[in-house]
Design a protein. Structure first.
Length: 167
């Protein structure tokens, strides 16, 4: 990305575009801590302690970015939040079929701080949107030939449209 003037790295940073703040969190591909007994059995007690320690450290780093956030905050998360219609795996061939596989950190910070919008894209199964409290959550990760149009005006979403090559 170095040398590209039209690309900004927002990972673990807060950026500003006029009156909009962007908060970036890009490390998460799945839940940061095991969410069921079957998953937990894969790890020793010591490994679970290390995983919990890493989760707590990462969450704390991202949470600091939410201090003094503007009313028009866009939370950019690599993965969508955990336990929504956007993170559920719908693939009978997958050993995780029917399970939720989003970011717990994203979920918890959205619940606590209620940014205007959260945009994630790791989960390709569920292109679309949902709500967590006042926050609109968008899964923009669908593959090629898809677009999401987001227009914000005066701390509100003025326009949010999805195009997946079919409509």
């Amino acid at each position: 990305m170095k040398g590209l003037k039209n690309i900004n790295d927002a990972h673990m940073k807060k950026k500003f575009i006029e009156d909009i703040s962007l908060i970036g969190h890009g490390e998460t591909s799945g839940p940061e801590y095991p969410q069921n007994k079957k998953e937990m059995k894969r790890y020793s007690e010591e490994e679970l302690k290390d995983i919990k320690k890493d989760y707590t450290k990462r969450k704390s780093k991202v949470e600091k970015l939410f201090k003094n956030m503007s009313k028009s905050t866009i939370f950019l998360s690599h993965n969508v939040p955990f336990n929504t219609k956007l993170d559920k795996i719908n693939n009978p061939k997958s050993p995780r079929d029917g399970q939720h596989f989003g970011s717990i950190i994203a979920r918890e910070l959205i619940e606590k701080y209620q940014p205007l919008i959260c945009i994630g894209a790791h989960m390709h199964e569920n292109f679309g949107k949902c709500k967590i409290g006042k926050t609109t959550v968008v899964n923009a990760g669908f593959g090629s030939n898809v677009n999401v149009l987001l227009e914000i005006k005066v701390n509100k979403i003025k326009n949010l449209r999805f195009w997946n090559g079919k409509n």
